[in-house]
Design a protein around this ligand. Structure first.
Ligand code: BG6
Length: 492
């Protein structure tokens, strides 16, 4: 159980607050994992009273929590929700905030502990941090703590990420900074570590001697919906690849950490990012493909193309799909390609890590009998159908010796009775407990940008994007990129 404290959310009228943050805090409260004295303060420019803010959150809560909202739990939880209308650029807002927080310390017993959650527009992050510093809120009151949570995207490129790190560190120490990536809060993403380091049989074969290549897929069936304006600025690279995909790559490729603590784990992740072979700017097409969906069919429904979406430039070259071919140049992974892809409007939602092993060096069976045999593939299904599967060769029942591929399958949902909590629950609890293990360190954020910077530079100059019909697995150029390596994308 963490100590009491206040979570102050900047950008409180935004989607993330009502869709993720408040539902996660509510669920934690209903499981009695948060102290009763806990408080939440929302800040944004919209004029609202405390009561109107609570009402607005209550209206959407039902959709975002599993098992419905209990009136009793809500009543006690809502009593700790407050709202402050204000411009986050203006120093007066911070004076008012300071007053409100002091009042909460004495009336609710929040002990001077504060977590400031930056969920506003990223362009405001430096100003908010500066104002918090000027107002002395970079330190807790009366011996309490002060922590800063920074939502993604963290910068727009390497340079801006460095600048942002510098600006934040002018006011907050690294130990106070929690750069959030909700993929690290996902149970199945953490399970990559359990699979690798809590079992004796996988680690010996988790290297170039046994692994032919690795594929990491973050496919979504949804389009950009109402987020066109945001997405135009971000694209798949900034929205998903620089953070979620790179984190999954790190956990898949890293060396065993000496302990499961913030420094040991993050140290090993940074080493992976450092080992990724830089992509030469004049050879980007050998390592990266970008695509944009055109109109098509998803789940039997006709959907429009990206350029027809709300708030999207009709000539936009923003990528909604990105495929990368990376090499991790170290002893473990020398020569093993890592194929990464993320896309919207794919045929289905599927996030997975697939480790494809070398084929058996020799099969004593007749060639005709092994025609359907594929190499062994271990798939970690991050979502949906969270679990693991291992493709193995097995004898087809009957006369002769026909061998074919079958899957051994583990579903976490049937192995454990508990339902996996939402990623934000885990991360918000860790934040309140002061455990940054599942948050991103400054050098990690920069390390991921270092890999992607040449790709972005090249694409900014080129102003060209491949296309793929909605409901397909991406542009042909991405298939060709793997084809040149003699590999093929999986169809999850
Ligand atoms: C977010 C992106 O970080 O992750 C969204 O901004 C994306 O564009 C989402 O849809 C995917 O998260 P999840 O948990 O649904 O895989």
């Amino acid at each position: 159980m963490p100590d009491p404290g206040v979570v102050v959310i900047f950008g409180a009228s935004g989607d993330l607050t009502s869709r993720k943050l408040v539902p996660a805090l509510y669920e934690l409260a209903s499981q009695r994992r948060l102290p009763l004295e806990m408080a939440v303060v929302g800040i944004s420019r919209t004029e609202m009273s405390h009561e109107e803010f609570r009402q607005k959150l209550r209206e959407t809560l039902e959709e975002h929590v599993s098992g419905g909202v209990s009136d009793d739990v809500w009543e006690s939880f809502a009593g700790g929700i407050f709202y402050l209308p204000g411009d986050s650029k203006e120093p007066e807002t911070y004076e008012e905030l300071k007053g409100l927080l002091k009042k909460l310390d004495s009336e609710r017993g929040t002990l001077g502990n504060r977590a400031f959650y930056l969920s506003a527009s990223p362009s405001l992050f430096p100003t908010i941090v500066e104002r918090l510093g000027e107002a002395g809120m970079n330190e807790g009151e009366d011996g309490g703590w002060s922590r800063l949570v920074v939502e993604k995207p963290f910068g727009r490129d390497l340079e801006s990420a460095r600048e942002l790190n510098e600006e934040i560190r002018r006011h907050f120490d690294e130990a106070q900074i929690y750069r959030i990536d909700h993929y690290l809060g996902k149970e199945t993403v953490q399970n990559i570590l359990a699979l690798r380091f809590a079992n004796g049989i996988f680690e010996p074969i988790w290297n170039q001697h046994y692994v032919d290549h690795v594929q990491i897929t973050v496919a979504e069936d949804i389009g950009v919906g109402t987020r066109g304006a945001f997405y135009e600025e971000a694209g798949a690279l900034r929205d998903i690849v620089q953070n979620h995909v790179m984190q999954v790559l790190c956990l898949t490729a890293m060396e065993p950490p000496v302990a499961f603590d913030a420094e040991s784990l993050r140290e090993e992740k940074v080493k992976v990012l450092k080992a990724v072979r830089p992509i030469p700017e004049d050879e980007v097409e050998d390592y990266a493909v970008r695509g944009q969906y055109t109109s098509g069919w998803v789940w039997g429904e006709e959907v429009s193309g990206y350029r027809e979406e709300e708030n999207v430039d009709p000539d936009s070259v923003t990528e909604t799909y990105l495929a990368l071919r990376l090499f991790v140049d170290n002893w473990r992974w020398a020569g093993v390609p890592f194929f990464l892809r993320a896309g919207k409007r794919m045929p289905k939602k599927a996030t997975e890590v697939a480790i494809q092993f070398h084929s058996s060096p020799h099969t004593p069976f007749a060639r005709d009998d092994t025609e359907g045999l594929e190499p062994n593939v271990l798939v970690v299904r991050v979502q949906p159908d969270e679990g693991l599967s291992l493709k193995i060769g097995a004898k087809v029942p009957g006369a002769g010796f026909e061998v074919s591929s079958v899957n051994m399958d583990l579903l976490y949902g049937t192995a454990f009775l508990e339902e996996a909590p939402d990623a934000y629950q885990r991360l918000l609890l860790d934040l309140m407990l002061g455990d940054p293990t599942l948050f991103i360190r400054a050098d990690e954020a920069e390390g991921a940008w270092r890999i992607l910077d040449p790709v972005m530079r090249r694409w900014t100059e080129e102003k060209r994007v491949e296309s793929y019909p909605a409901g397909t697995w991406g542009p042909d150029e991405a298939d060709e990129m793997l084809g040149r390596d003699g590999r093929e994308w999986r169809r999850p």
